[in-house]
Design a protein around this ligand. Structure first.
Ligand code: HEC
Ligand code: HEC
Length: 692
């Protein structure tokens, strides 16, 4: 059953049941022994060991760069001795230690809040905690179990973590509060926090220590941070075009879902897996997954600027691949282009020995291996490995020290998939899958979560699942085009160019993605026009919109139990972002009084008792239709909830206003009455809105 080729001599012993992993779903004959793992980390910095991980894919039995250090956090990480995995278990609020040896018991450390990432150093373990925002510094030893060394308070929603090559400094992103902070690891004290754009997530520190790159879940730019060692660092937006060669002519694409970034090729390239909104390909209404490549020597994009001939070639490739599959044009939009399968890229790691990257996409139960040195890595796929065991929503990814084994944490099924990359053939390597723990959610909501993430459920998703536009129940900041794509059906498009060229398309109505977490408790109505009487009908309408050409019949079976499960998940499983837990400041209190005053009338529509909305659609004085969108006759839009409104820019149904300050300044008595407000009163009103 085992493939003949393994990269490390293994001490084989027969393995009893995987007691430490609980219920074993599928288990191939194990070969688990601590002696098989290289235990010694190199004394020098891991950077030196990676110097020649260059161009040609090294044979798999090349000398191992044993223990090359991982410097970026992930939901899943291997222990320093490579004898166990650590899992930042966001739903159970614990840090788990899952030993490879089934005879060693698993350990779980309760945490003060939901963890996001774990990063293992030689003698310490760093864990980010979302709410309250913290960096925990821990140690684990078999004799003592987990020992907490320090707890560093950080801006709320602490998420991504990375360390400098000398491991003296950790950088942490705080997603909702859009900050990047530095923690001195010698003193366990915060050095600084700086403000960055919306939803910073992955942070990667250069191999030369000269600054860091931060990705954002919303928008196409990265953030470059300079002068990490100074008391006040600098930061600047860094333009990295999303899938430039797949952009329609003349367009610069919006992007989303940049949860991860990896340095490859001895730090010469930064790879950013994400979603390119509106990228074109065969039958993609929403755009395309992409891995954008940046050269770190001058922070320039590897892909050349958009070129029509190259684009025609690239589209030719897609349709050729599609034609050769022998399917009709609309038969299976998900399988249309090879890159579409990498739906909602989430975790990524670099395999130095193979010069490839592994990507676990949240929307599929597969692990992808891509050529890390390709111009367009998503088109240079080496393997797509089915993860089995009912894997749903892959979230965490780690590899063994010798890079022979990949571990994937599937959050939707609470399973751990162990992929022996060198055993079996490269497309179907040997695989084990084991349940880690029972889901934290009740059964219906747990099923709802699997649907929420699953881009391959053809009834509920047309290739991009709910979490592709509402990541973690938040929003992608994008304004979609609700377009008539023929046969009387309206569908969402990332850009008008995503429409099938034969169908009438005059742009489409502007539909900005709303945030869901904490905002879907009410009976209804839902939708920007308050067109759906309750959540059930909104979800049913939604699944017809997020695809090609209406629902292709997927909902013809009894969909009710699944829709109910989805409702249970969006109402009870989505976690609202951290909220201000302090008394209002004087300015915020003044803003509250203004908001509630009969003069401004804000609270008459944005009713505080009901999520700051009266759920009624009003025909506010028309604003001009945005360029490129279709003029809409129905001018009435539902009062949106203002809960968490400080973090959901841009604003209005068409995303036409970039900031809350501008919402007030450009209002001109359109909503309520604001012309009379002084500059100071406007500042106070906005300060109050940010506390909601
Ligand atoms: C292509 C991006 C996209 C996908 C995929 C998507 N949504 Fe949405 N969602 C939107 C947009 C845009 C709107 C606003 C449209 C409107 O109201 O007409 C919206 C509206 C909603 C609303 C109404 C919110 C309110 O306050 O009125 C709910 C609920 C919702 N989506 C849930 C879901 C669920 C559940 C899924 C998965 C089955 C999903 N969405 C998939 C983009 C998306
Ligand atoms: C007549 C009802 C009404 C009143 C009064 C009102 N609003 Fe609104 N508000 C709306 C509607 C409707 C929208 C959505 C309009 C659109 O999308 O085109 C909205 C949108 C907003 C948004 C953007 C939210 C988002 O997520 O896009 C903010 C912020 C806001 N209102 C704040 C206020 C403030 C502050 C006041 C008081 C000065 C106020 N509103 C008064 C109905 C009202």
């Amino acid at each position: 059953m085992r493939g003949a080729r393994t990269s490390v001599p293994r001490a084989v012993k027969s393995s009893p049941a995987l007691v430490s992993l609980g219920l074993v779903i599928a288990l191939a004959a194990g070969c688990r022994s601590r002696s098989e793992a290289p235990t010694a980390e190199p004394a020098a910095s891991g950077v030196a060991a990676s110097t020649s991980a260059s161009a040609s894919a090294a044979p798999t039995d090349a000398p191992h760069r044993v223990g090359v250090r991982v410097r970026e956090g992930n939901a899943l990480a291997r222990s320093a001795g490579d004898d166990a995995l650590f899992l930042a278990d966001e739903d159970h609020h614990v840090l788990r230690r899952i030993p490879h040896d089934p005879e060693v018991p698993a350990a779980a450390l309760p945490l003060p809040g939901a963890p996001a990432q774990v990063l293992v150093l030689d003698d310490r373990i760093l864990v980010t905690v979302r709410d309250p925002g913290l960096l925990l510094i821990l140690r684990y030893a078999p004799a003592t179990g987990f020992v907490e060394l320090a707890r560093v308070p950080l801006p709320d929603d602490a998420w991504g973590v990375a360390v400098t090559p000398d491991e003296s400094l950790a950088l942490v992103t705080s997603a909702w509060t859009h900050q990047v902070s530095a923690v001195d690891l010698a003193t366990a004290k915060k050095r600084w926090s700086i403000d960055v754009p919306r939803e910073p997530r992955a942070v990667v520190i250069r191999e030369d220590g000269a600054g860091a790159y931060v990705t954002h879940l919303v928008g196409p730019d990265l953030t470059r941070v300079f002068d990490l060692d100074k008391p006040t660092p600098r930061s600047a937006p860094l333009v990295l075009a999303a899938a430039p060669h797949r952009a329609p002519p003349g367009r610069v694409l919006d992007a989303s879902l940049a949860y991860s970034a990896v340095l490859v090729d001895a730090g010469e390239r930064l790879l950013v897996p994400r979603h390119a909104l509106g990228a074109i390909g065969a039958n993609v209404w929403y755009g395309s997954p992409t891995v954008d490549v940046m050269l770190t020597k001058d922070d320039s994009a590897l892909a050349p600027p958009h070129d029509e001939a190259a684009l025609a070639q690239s589209l030719g490739d897609v349709s050729a691949a599609y034609r050769s599959s022998g399917e009709s044009r609309f038969a299976d939009p998900i399988e249309a282009g090879p890159e579409q399968e990498i739906a909602q890229p989430r975790a990524a790691v670099y395999l130095r020995t193979r010069a490839s990257i592994l990507i676990a996409p949240e929307g599929r139960d597969r692990l992808f291996e891509l050529d890390a040195l390709a111009l367009d890595p998503v088109r240079s796929r080496r393997a797509a490995i089915a993860l089995g065991g009912g894997c749903s929503a892959p979230t965490g990814l780690a590899v063994s020290a010798d890079e022979s084994t990949a571990y994937v944490f599937c959050r939707g099924s609470y399973t751990l998939a162990t992929v022996h990359l060198h055993e079996g053939d490269s497309k179907t390597p040997r695989l084990e899958s084991a349940r880690i723990v029972e889901d934290a959610l009740p059964e219906a909501a747990a099923l709802g979560r699997r649907i929420f993430y699953d881009a391959a459920d053809t009834a509920f998703s047309g290739g991009l699942a709910c979490s592709g536009c509402h990541p973690e129940g938040r929003d992608d900041g994008h304004t979609y085009y609700e377009a008539n794509v023929g046969a009387g059906t309206n569908n969402f498009l990332g850009l008008p160019e995503n429409a099938d060229g034969t169908s009438p398309n005059d742009g489409g109505y502007a539909r900005q993605t709303p945030m869901l977490a904490g905002r879907v408790g009410a009976q209804g109505p839902y939708g920007w026009h308050a067109q759906d009487k309750d959540l059930f009908y909104r979800l049913r309408a939604g699944v017809e919109l997020h695809r090609w050409q209406g629902n292709t019949g997927g909902l013809s079976y009894d969909y009710r139990p699944k829709l109910n499960a989805l409702m249970a998940f969006v109402r009870t499983g989505l976690v609202p972002p951290p909220r201000t837990r302090r008394e209002l400041t004087a300015a915020e209190a003044q803003g509250k009084a203004i908001f509630e005053s009969p003069e401004t009338r804000c609270a008459s529509c944005h009713v505080p008792a009901t999520e700051y909305t009266d759920r009624t659609a009003y025909p506010l004085a028309a604003m001009p239709t945005l360029k490129g969108f279709q003029e809409e006759k129905a001018r009435d839009f539902k009062t949106p909830s203002l809960l968490s409104v400080g973090g959901t820019a841009p604003y209005f149904h068409d995303g036409s206003v970039a900031t809350l300050e501008q919402v007030i300044d450009f209002n001109h008595d359109r909503m309520g009455k604001t012309n009379q407000l002084t500059k100071g009163e406007r500042v106070a009103l906005v300060a109050f809105l940010r506390t909601l």
